[in-house]
Design a binder for this molecule. Sequence first.
Ligand SMILES: [Mn+2]
Length: 316
Amino acid sequence: MKTTLDYAPAAELIAAANTIFFLSHEYTDGDDLGSMLALGSVLKARGKKVEYIARGGLSKNLLFLPDAQLLRDHIPPEDFDLAIFLGCGVIDRIGFDPSRFAAHPILNIDHHVDNHMFGTVNLVESTAAANCEIIYYFIKFLGASITKTVAVNLLTGIFNDTGGFRHANTNAQVLEIAAELMRRGARIDRIADYYFGKSELSKLRAWALALENARFDEGRQMVYSIVTEDELASIGAKPEDLEGIASVLTTIPEARYSMVLKQRGEEIKGSLRSEAHKGVDVAAIARSFGGGGHVLAAGFKLKGKIEKTKEGWKIT
Ligand SMILES: [Mn+2]
């Protein structure tokens, strides 16, 4: 990550606030949840009142994060002085009506290349491997110590966004941060165990279904899989159980990228993944559907229903 960020204005916003609401995107992930909980624990130690909010709550494999049980899936009615957004390219990504935040200062923290800079202050650095990397430097800037709570949360976020230290964003700087976090009590083996070792049967079934439904589009050199609501329900699985399958599909050498479409309520969620050597910008593809994200991991949402017909799938 290029450390060009000026942390002083963000620190000033925080200094002026007593009650701080942290918000992540819907169905938060290890990076954004880890970022909230790490920075939040530092601010709580300094006497701030903090709330952690993410619509849809969190997946079970993140429950081990220190303070994860404090996450709420609604916006508390109390008033607040500052809202800190994590991983939201646009303010609507919180999945709540954003009008409640219009009259308050916003600190926008993100590493999406296409962030809309909606904050009063924006800590946005697209070369960061994870938001947790930005938070790490911010905590250093604040002069706070890296407690075990901070270390576990930050290392989980980095683990999440580097695909377990396998993706192209795993550079020497990231490994140096990881080493310090391990010295402060975080363990990669424990994090890996929660990520990969706690699969429920419903998840394995959902992955089997997505693999079964996978097809190769010769023209686009894209491997894709489409899963309907009925198919998931018939095996007792939820849309969240498909998290991670797009990264598996993109490892097929012939595929330049992968796309997974799944139903979540009235919306169809599309996940796009690629690998560094394939030279594809999936964020650009996601943007053509009104979404966004990173070069190698992006997504979009469409209104509609996926239906499976004899000829294939159609969206109505
Ligand atoms: Mn992230």
